[in-house]
Design a protein around this ligand. Structure first.
Ligand code: NDP
Ligand code: 2IT
Length: 450
């Protein structure tokens, strides 16, 4: 068959939308990859003939299950849980678990699809998956969270394993939840194995897994700036979110001499022109990780502004969206550009709307897409798996160096495939999509039609 007889991008997307009706986040994530990959494979017949992209965009399996639990008042509550195993061509399924009321199949399919490409970029042997539940941890007692995690694992344990599928944390799933989940897995199976990552240091966790995503996102920004003979030092930075990724992005920005002037949560954002320094960050960690309070308390404590909405109309040099998907609208991207933003590094997964990404790349803003910029977390998860298999724990300095090396490697791989004709601008979106696709696609070609 001649290449011109194969489906084009529009026909491909039409089919995808028909097969996945209403799953707008999944459609958005696939489109972002497909628009670059279709250009790349235009003259590569084998990828068309073997339907590689069509196969990557069809999850290997989607498991959906009921999760019943009893709240503190004795009421029976029913949630829906999922595990989406997208692709295991280059390693066992790997990806986080999200507990948030907004979780649905579309969101988990987009995250599992993205994870497949992100994991490929790390250079480590990990396939892509994601899971979670429409459970809202806000306002729940620790015992309620524990009972929910145990009930969730009562079903999930059948589908995971240290060589099959290795979940970790994401929104609403941190060290506490991973502890409860691992405790239940161990009880059900009587096996102590590396089946989850992000574990506590007492039971097989890895040094710097907690810090890795936030640190990595800032390392990626530093690599992009180094490439244009600049650095994070002295830059005014906007950070959104105030959870795990945001907290360690702030820590690394401070270490590199930048100043963070915003943070956000689901109730709004704070603007602190004096900067979120080390002491204030420790206060935020206690607020969010221990007391589980709201950022408005920061404004009262440190005497600064708190308002509803998102921080993108504050003037700054660099932006680090670290909360959730589609948190930078196209209009907000344009405001950032008008206000002189120089670089954006995505700590959250797919935080920028599709046309917002176009606006950034057209304006020649240094733009690091999430699958590259936030891969540090899953990379250190991969290193946690290696340590668990060998039953040893590596030294922190060793892991710090490995994280930096992996992030620099991802930057260089994206740069290699992201060169644009006509100027020196690097399109990191295109670079990340193509570099990630090649590895997964070539493994799939090797397996034949499976
Ligand atoms: P956390 O649960 O620790 O923190 C999430 C933060 O984002 C909180 O401040 C939360 O506000 C805010 N937030 C979540 N949903 C919304 C929403 N719909 N609207 C406004 N604010 C919201 O999660 P993480 O820091 O782990 O994850 C943040 C992002 O980073 C996600 O996109 C995740 O997929 C991504 N990511 C995480 C990795 C990890 O290792 N943890 C790895 C790679 C990517 P509130 O406090 O009010 O709930
Ligand atoms: O989106 C992500 O990369 C994560 N939530 C981390 C996944 C992992 O397996 O560490």
């Amino acid at each position: 068959m001649a290449i011109s007889d194969h489906v084009n991008l529009e026909q491909f997307m039409e089919g995808l939308k028909r097969r996945n009706p209403g799953e707008i986040e999944f459609q958005q994530a696939v489109y972002e990859v497909a628009s670059n990959v279709f250009d790349y494979i235009a003259d590569k017949e084998v990828y068309h003939d073997e339907q590689i992209l069509r196969r990557i965009a069809e999850p290997d399996r989607v498991v959906s299950f009921r999760v019943c639990w009893e709240d503190d008042n004795g009421n029976i509550r029913v949630q829906r849980g999922w595990r989406v195993q997208n692709n295991n061509s280059i390693g066992p399924y790997k990806g986080g678990l999200r507990f948030h009321p907004s979780v649905n199949q579309s969101i988990l399919k987009f995250l599992a699809f993205e994870q497949t490409f992100k994991n490929s970029l790390t250079g480590l042997p990990m396939g892509g998956a994601k899971g979670g539940a429409n459970f809202n941890p806000k306002g729940k007692s620790p015992r309620e969270v524990m009972r929910f995690c145990q009930s969730f694992m009562n079903e999930l344990y059948r589908h995971i394993g240290e060589d099959t599928d290795i979940p970790a944390g994401d929104i609403g799933v941190g060290a506490r939840e991973i502890g409860y989940l691992f405790g239940q897995y161990k009880r059900l199976t009587n096996r102590f194995v590396g089946v989850l990552t992000g574990k506590g240091m007492e039971f097989g966790g890895s040094p710097i897994r907690t810090e890795a995503t936030g640190y990595g996102t800032v390392y990626f920004m530093e690599s992009m700036l180094t490439n244009v003979k600049d650095s994070v030092e002295g830059k005014r930075c906007l950070v959104s979110g105030s959870g795990n990724v945001a907290q360690y992005a702030v820590e690394k920005i401070n270490q590199l001499g930048g100043k963070v002037v915003t943070l956000s949560d689901s109730s709004g954002f704070i603007y602190d022109p004096n900067g979120v320094d080390e002491e204030k960050l420790a206060w935020v960690m206690d607020l969010k990780n221990v007391r589980r309070g709201r950022l408005s308390e920061y404004a009262e404590e440190f005497g600064c502004a708190h308002q509803a909405g998102r921080p993108w109309d504050v003037e700054a040099d660099l932006a680090f969206p670290c909360a959730t998907q589609n948190e930078i609208s196209t209009e907000e991207a344009k405001v950032l550009i008008k206000n002189g933003i120089r670089g954006v590094s995505e700590g959250a997964n797919m935080p920028t709307e599709q046309n917002g990404i176009h606006a950034f790349t057209e304006a020649r803003i240094l733009f690091a897409p999430s699958k590259a910029a936030n891969a540090g977390g899953v990379a250190v998860s991969g290193l946690e798996m290696s340590q668990n298999s060998a039953r040893i724990t590596w030294k922190e300095e060793e892991l710090q160096k490995l994280l930096l090396d992996i992030m620099t490697g991802i930057h260089d791989r994206c740069a290699e495939h992201g060169r644009t004709s006509g100027d020196d601008y690097i399109d990191y979106v295109k670079g990340a999509n193509i570099a990630a696709f090649i590895k997964v696609a070539d493994a799939m070609l090797a397996y034949g039609v499976v």
